[in-house]
Write a protein that binds this ligand. Structure first.
Ligand SMILES: *Cc1c(COP(=O)(O)O)cnc(C)c1O
Length: 226
């Protein structure tokens, strides 16, 4: 059944891209709270990129699956506390939630050179919602330059988690603004090729607005166990 769910989600992504006349985005399978066995089943069906919200949980799954599935890529998509930066730089291939200068040096310092650069997305809070993760749009250029200038890190693009308005259509302006910010970023930093936005209930809208990577949990794994 995991293979069937994966096929269905990939088909829905393709349909949304075709309908919008956009390139087909990559799929990140969000495996937070799912057991390693569920990740293994999806990996066996061909999915290679997985997203986790917590550093420790992601590191544990990576370790559990390393022998049987050595080719997996792990993305941290949850808020990163500074005191977890070292472990994050070791356990993950991508960190999508870089949102402040203090994380940049800490991640770079703990990235082993033989692993290659850590792929970084900058999380942006375009709605300016108080108490939410993400840098302000006006702080983005300086933070992007800092990531790009730091050895051991590769600036790959932007990530957004819109305010979860119950009507997903209300999230469209956020996706649209993110695409504008992304185009500006990519003009300055040619290595920036990834715009991460869209989840199970709004990925078609995000794709129509130009997402290049969608983060999908529930539609792939079913409801989360906790
Ligand atoms: C949980 C989560 C997702 C996936 O959400 P679903 O609605 O289960 O698809 C995507 N992105 C982030 C940042 C998340 O925390």
């Amino acid at each position: 059944m995991p293979a069937e769910r994966l096929r269905t989600v990939l088909q829905r992504i393709q349909n949304a891209a075709d309908a919008a006349g956009r390139p087909v985005p990559a799929l990140l399978a969000v495996s937070k709270t799912q057991p390693a066995a569920a990740v293994a089943a999806l990996a066996a069906a061909g999915q290679a990129a997985f997203g986790e919200n917590y550093v420790q949980e992601g590191a544990a799954k990576r370790a559990a699956l390393a022998a049987a599935h050595p080719g997996l890529h792990w993305h941290l998509i949850g808020h990163l506390q500074s005191n977890k930066a070292a472990q994050a730089a070791e356990a993950f291939d991508w960190v999508q939630s870089v949102d402040r200068p203090g994380l940049v040096a800490a991640l770079a310092r703990h990235r082993a050179p033989q692993r290659g650069p850590l792929n970084v997305l900058i999380q942006v809070n375009v709605e300016g919602e108080a108490g939410k993760s993400g840098c302000r749009p006006e702080d983005l250029p300086a933070l992007a330059d800092r990531v790009a200038d730091t050895p051991g890190l590769a600036l790959r693009g932007l990530m957004s988690i819109p305010v979860p308005h119950p009507d997903p259509e209300r999230r469209r302006p956020t996706f649209r603004r993110m695409r504008e910010l992304f185009d500006g970023l990519a003009a300055r930093h040619p290595g920036a090729d990834t715009l991460s936005m869209g989840m199970s209930d709004d990925f078609a809208i995000a794709i129509a607005e130009g997402a290049t990577l969608v983060r999908i949990g529930t539609a792939l794994f079913g409801p989360r166990p906790r």
